[in-house]
Design a protein. Structure first.
Length: 260
């Protein structure tokens, strides 16, 4: 009995040691106290570690281009235009326009024969000019015929600066004509003056009656040997007062001029 008890005790001790070794409790009938409630361990939230600040990417400064240095301007060579007379560029060719019916002669004087004529308003091209002693005449072209017209019979236009001097043809023998003047005034005619229409610069000539002559009312007087041409004829009484004037009288072989 004692041996059985000793075996039982040894068995229990061994069993306890095994239990201790294995972590197994042997209920020996002893009520063990309930284990104390395990307080939950409060989990500490990990301290948030702020992210390391990422430095902003530096924005490189906008490069300021250097102020351009303007190139030194090269002065272009001065172009000198060819000299052109202003009249050539703006006035056109030289022209002559008749202010009245005009004769155009074979030379620059009334001693030359009439070649053709121009009417009032006719415009013709000037192709030359006269030289001393026949100043004041234009060499023109009228319907294909070249002739001379007195400058005082019209006006010019265009550029005259380039006109060349045209030499006059040989002087013909001066044609001689007769002129008869009839006086139908009630007073005597004591002075008779002529003015060459083709050479108006010469003005009125001297009294062709002479200091001792007169033409009484109803009488006539005839001159012979006058130069052919176109004339203005003016008459005055014995006091020198003008009585009348007739213009552009063509002196031909026998010309009659009547005042009344």
């Amino acid at each position: 009995m004692k041996r059985q008890f000793a075996y039982l005790v040894s068995f229990i001790v061994l069993l306890g040691m095994v239990s201790l070794a294995c972590g197994i409790s042997v209920d020996l009938g002893t009520q063990e106290p309930a284990p104390a409630p395990v307080q939950p361990v409060q989990q500490l939230s990990p301290t948030a570690i702020p992210p390391s600040p990422i430095p902003p990417t530096p924005i490189p400064p906008t490069p300021v281009p250097p102020s351009p240095i303007p190139p030194t301007p090269v002065q272009p060579p001065t172009l000198v235009p060819p000299t052109v007379p202003a009249s050539t560029a703006t006035l056109g060719p030289p022209m002559f326009t008749a202010d009245q019916n005009s004769l155009c002669r074979s030379g620059p004087s009334q001693i030359y024969a009439v070649r053709t004529s121009m009417n009032l308003g006719d415009t013709v091209k000037i192709i030359g000019k006269s030289a001393p002693p026949w100043d004041g005449w234009w060499y023109v072209e009228v319907l294909g015929s070249k002739c001379w017209v007195w400058s005082g019979l019209g006006k010019t236009s265009g550029d005259l600066s380039g006109l060349q001097v045209v030499q006059a043809p040989p002087t013909p023998g001066a044609a001689k004509v007769n002129m008869t003047l009839n006086n139908y005034f009630i007073v005597p005619i004591c002075y008779v003056y002529l003015r060459d229409v083709n050479n108006p610069g010469s003005g009125w000539g001297p009294d062709i009656l002479g200091s001792t002559n007169l033409i009484n009312p109803g009488q006539s007087y005839t001159w012979t040997g006058l130069a052919a041409g176109t004339y203005d004829v003016s008459v005055s009484d014995c006091n020198g007062s003008s009585l009348d004037m007739k213009s552009n009288i063509q002196f031909n072989s026998n010309t009659i001029v009547t005042f009344q």
